[in-house]
Design a protein around this ligand. Structure first.
Ligand code: PBG
Length: 328
């Protein structure tokens, strides 16, 4: 009689066999590194809640980007931290701001690295919301915000971004940004929409890094409810309809079902954001000796790919690329 006990174990016997039958590949080129840019020169300021990630000035960022390109990492996404904030978030479209400054430097360096610019107002508004407020009210004005988001996107395209990535969750922003880019002769610049972005507790370290915690209220009026999966498909369909070239699910780990369904439903490039809180959890557990950081990180990133992501935004990009270069 055939021995069924080892039926599946035969192909797990050696590293070479496991490699041969592996269903999901994870490569440095699938990863996009998150980076925080501040004004100035020679600045490298560690972020306590994101160990291993620094706030850097454009010149230092250029060094980091060169290293990422050498490691074969796919891209880098820039978040700006301006010198000052105001109600409209006008720093978001200041061509002298840290993000455009950095984009010009990186663009000139012609690295083999996709340059993405996050588009949002929350790092630039003094109230910390992702759009502007209705006059005299503590309420985000969706439609009035579109013009400002479009200005920011056009400013980053002009400075050398390959991709602009709106993360604000205002309705209609993809269409508004597409129109602004086209009108500004940037028809070739792609839009990666944070299409299914949830109101999540896992953005804590990012808000700490960017000083973008809302001064009042929360983001539940524009970001998605964690309880909803079908709604995410509507968000994605609408953004594609408005002209998004790529879409993203964010966060990743508590939303792998959403990612999986998005993969099955839409035949477009799909990203996942392994957000700051997810990174911080692994870091804290590793620092406490509770888990092995390399194994945990590669497992997490592989799982996000397995669920359906083509690419992953992660603060572990450089380190993961190094680990991926080491054989099993
Ligand atoms: C800006 C933005 C946020 C993140 C990416 N873009 C913060 C937020 O929505 O509060 C979070 C990324 C992370 O936690 O790593 N809107």
């Amino acid at each position: 009689m055939r021995d069924l006990r080892l039926r599946l174990r035969r192909t797990r016997r050696t590293p070479a066999l496991r490699r041969l039958v592996r269903e999901t590949a994870l490569a440095p080129g699938d990863l996009v590194a998150g980076a925080f840019v501040v004004p100035g020169n020679g600045v490298r300021d560690p972020i306590p809640s994101l160990p291993g990630v620094d706030r850097v000035s454009p010149d230092r960022l250029a060094e980091d980007a060169r290293r990422l390109a050498d490691l074969g990492v796919g891209g880098i996404i820039l978040f700006g931290i301006p010198a000052s904030k105001d109600p409209k978030g006008s720093g978001a479209w200041d061509p002298k701001g840290p993000v455009p400054e950095a984009l010009r430097l990186l663009h000139r360096a012609s690295l083999d690295l996709v340059l993405l610019a996050d588009v949002c107002l929350c790092e630039y508004t003094d109230h910390g919301h992702c759009g502007v407020l209705r006059p005299g009210k503590q309420e985000v004005d969706n439609d009035a915000s579109l013009e400002f988001l479009s200005r920011a996107a056009a400013c980053y395209a002009e400075a050398g971004a390959d991709v602009v990535a709106p993360s604000d969750m205002m309705d209609g922003r993809v269409a508004a940004i597409r129109a602004a880019l086209d009108a500004d002769k940037h028809a070739d610049i792609a839009i990666l929409s944070y299409a299914a972005k949830y109101a999540s507790a896992f953005y804590g370290p990012f808000r700490d890094a960017a000083g973008s915690t809302p001064a009042f209220g929360d983001r539940r009026g524009y970001q998605m409810d964690a309880a909803n999966r079908r709604e995410a498909m509507r968000e994605i369909a609408l953004d594609l309809d408005e002209g998004a070239d790529m879409v993203m699910v964010k966060p990743a780990l508590a939303y792998l079902d959403v990612l999986h369904e998005a993969r099955d439903s839409f035949d477009v490039p799909l990203g996942a954001y392994n957000v700051s809180g997810e990174y911080a959890m692994v870091k804290a557990a590793a620092a406490a000796g509770a888990l092995d950081e390399k194994r945990a990180t590669l497992e997490v990133l592989t799982a996000i790919r397995r669920a359906g992501a083509d690419f992953i935004l992660t603060y572990h990009a450089a380190q993961a690329a190094v680990w991926l270069g080491e054989r099993e």
